[in-house]
Design a binder for this molecule. Sequence first.
Ligand code: FES
Length: 291
Amino acid sequence: MAREFRLRKSPWSPEGEAETGQVLDRRQFIRYSFNRAAGGITAISLGAIGFASLLMGESGGGGGDSAIRFWVPKGSEDSVWYGDLHLETMTESGFKEEAGRSTTGMSGASGVWSGLPVNVVYIPHEENKNLPPMQNKPRIQFMDGVDQTGAVIGYGGDMEEDPVYAALKVSNNLLVIFGRCPHLCCIPGWQLIENNFTADNWEPGGLDSGGNKLFCICHSSRYDPTVVEKNTNRNRASGTVFQYFGIKRTGGPTPVGMPLIPFTVNNDVIEVVDFKAEGIEAMLDWYTYCD
Ligand code: FES
């Protein structure tokens, strides 16, 4: 029997009102969210100027090319908190406000930056980082990344220490995560559907338990956006193996997690930093593994 997915109900829906919890089967969901998004994104990102050059957003414009914009998958306009903000710029204050309405103090949204899919997640790290690990008090957790043989690749906390990765340092309680699933390159999302992995709750430890995972609808891969690790991935076209700092895979067929994108908050607008100005062009390798 075909699996069905229920789009999340709008937080403003009266209790018991069912129509916003629209039910889609997997094929419909992929058509609504992935194919439409990926089709548009692919058309943009593989244009004449090429994938890598599109990564060169220019920071400082307060809503220019470097700005991250909301992406509302078709069919979920009434079920996500940013349903009427399609292609509007993302702001720190918007995420904070939404986080204040949640159980965990977290919020997240799908977005697009320079034609590429991203997810932005707000985690109340500053407020909770000195508390003992406890349920529904999320903070960013730095852990070791391991390959498929179990060998440790590196420690996520190194990105806070190594000046090469200064642009990735945790700031503003936000993370920007590249939105292509390392399994087969679908676009995972934040709470677009209802299941245990997307519920508004949180467990410490980077395990598959607890909700608030980034969930890939295609084959149910899960990622914990509160766990930062160092790991490796392989570019599908060139075969190059590269290291990255990213969020942790917690379950499903994906071999590893997804990389972080360096960002800044400029007059409240969330922007990707200018890779060239920061001298971190090498980071471009991280975002082409699906090419
Ligand atoms: S493409 Fe994401 S789980 Fe398969």
